[in-house]
Write a protein that binds this ligand. Structure first.
Ligand code: SAH
Ligand code: SF4
Length: 381
């Protein structure tokens, strides 16, 4: 008997599977400025006010689902869902300080973690947000530097930190609003210029987060081309510059960025900001015992900043494990401040918030793997 010959597995007459329709990738809707979203709407025959409506849901009502946008038709919500996601950030951990500030670790889509801090005042909140995962600038006194730069945050990831913190405050039944945002979390904001500027547009838009430009502070380690660009692009913000040293030798030792752009060039870039936009610049100065805190440095600081509309913010050093630096004593910080004030320089001494939970300036570092779900740990009774 002859064996059956096996049949071919796929008959040639079978119709080829239908090719999938080319699909636009699902994008983070919070990467869009109002202008960008309006263009997107217009391209789909929608009126401009539709984008404004969506913006209000995103940034004023903090929606977590397209279906919450009740003044938008079901069909259009469906279209939005097909093209966008809401760019939510998962709260991976929360730590609460004795002074009421709360540090949040947010898990990004790729599992990386960033940190942001919600700080209460009597009448409002100030939030401190991140612009990058880690930082490339390598400042010797800063714990974020130890992470290196892992990546830039997208526009949506930057703004969502503020949205989520506003939502968290609201969840607790707190009706105080976020009145100030400071870019003093992880990262060098001007090293992520384009995403920073789009985020600023959203944060300042009346239909978006709605903050006045005077309520947003961008702190830079002194990336001179970035400062020049802010001036050229007429970006309205409060500028803070981390000076932290009064000679190039001292500053280069602490901040490698100074090897590239020296103090004179940095201060010239500050002086070059056209006068209508040149609000008072804040120079931050970290008080490191025996490094930056000598009283002769206070006098040098006065000479360096002569004629510039500015103020100095003295930051008591926040120690962190493994750092070789020591904080100046509170008495010495006040003495240093007195010298500046006596010479007519406006100078404040920062009260660092959240030190007990490593949420103060330069203490933000994430190395722990992303945990699922919020873990709330009160570190103090
Ligand atoms: N990268 C930006 C913004 C984030 S750092 C910048 O450097 O300006 C925010 C501020 O924290 C800076 O002024 C920086 O000098 C300060 N800082 C960093 N590490 C610190 C520490 N351990 N103690 C106190 N201030 C610190
Ligand atoms: Fe980066 Fe600012 Fe820290 Fe320097 S002080 S490493 S610029 S975050």
């Amino acid at each position: 008997m002859q064996e059956d010959t096996p049949k071919p597995l796929s008959p040639p007459e079978a119709a080829p599977p239908e090719a999938p329709l080319p699909q636009e990738p699902v994008r983070n809707i919070k990467d869009f400025t109002l202008e960008g979203l309006t263009d997107w709407m217009k391209a789909r025959g929608q009126p401009a006010f539709r984008a404004r409506q969506v913006f209000q849901w995103l940034y004023q009502k903090h929606v977590r689902n397209f279906d919450e946008m009740t003044n938008i038709s079901k069909d259009f919500r469906e279209l939005l869902r097909r093209h966008f996601h809401l760019g939510l950030l998962e709260v991976a951990a929360v730590k609460e300080s004795a002074d009421g500030s709360r540090k949040f670790a947010f898990a990004l889509e790729d599992g990386k973690l960033i940190e942001a801090v919600l700080m209460p005042n009597n009448t409002h909140f100030t939030v401190c947000i991140s612009s990058q995962v880690g930082c490339a600038m390598g400042c010797g006194f800063c714990s974020t530097a130890r992470m290196g730069l892992q990546r830039n945050l997208t526009t949506g990831e930057i703004v969502q930190q503020a949205v989520e913190l506003a939502r968290q405050a609201h969840l607790d039944g707190d009706d105080r609003i976020i009145r100030n945002i400071v870019f003093m979390g992880m990262g060098e904001p001007l090293h992520n210029y384009d995403n920073l500027v789009s985020a600023l547009h959203i944060l300042q838009d009346d239909h978006g987060f709605g903050l006045s430009s005077r309520r947003i502070t961008v702190s830079t380690s002194g990336l001179v081309p970035g400062i020049n660009r802010l001036a050229r692009d007429d970006v309205r913000i409060m500028l803070a510059v981390s000076l932290n040293g009064v000679t190039d030798e001292m500053r280069s030792r602490l901040m490698p960025v100074n090897r590239r752009w020296k103090i004179a060039e940095l201060l010239q870039a500050c002086r070059n900001i056209p006068s209508p936009n040149r609000t008072r610049i804040t120079f931050e100065y970290v008080m490191l015992e025996g490094e930056t805190d000598g009283l002769e440095n206070a006098r040098k600081l006065v000479r360096l900043l002569h004629g510039l509309k500015c103020k100095v913010n003295l930051i008591p050093y926040n120690p962190h494990p493994g750092s070789p630096y020591r904080p100046s004593t509170p008495e010495h910080c006040r003495e240093f401040q007195r010298v500046l004030l006596e010479k007519g320089l406006l100078a404040t001494l920062r009260i660092s918030k959240g030190q007990d939970i490593q949420a103060a300036c330069g203490q933000l570092i994430t190395g722990i793997p992303a945990a699922r779900g919020a873990k709330r740990q009160a570190t103090t009774a």
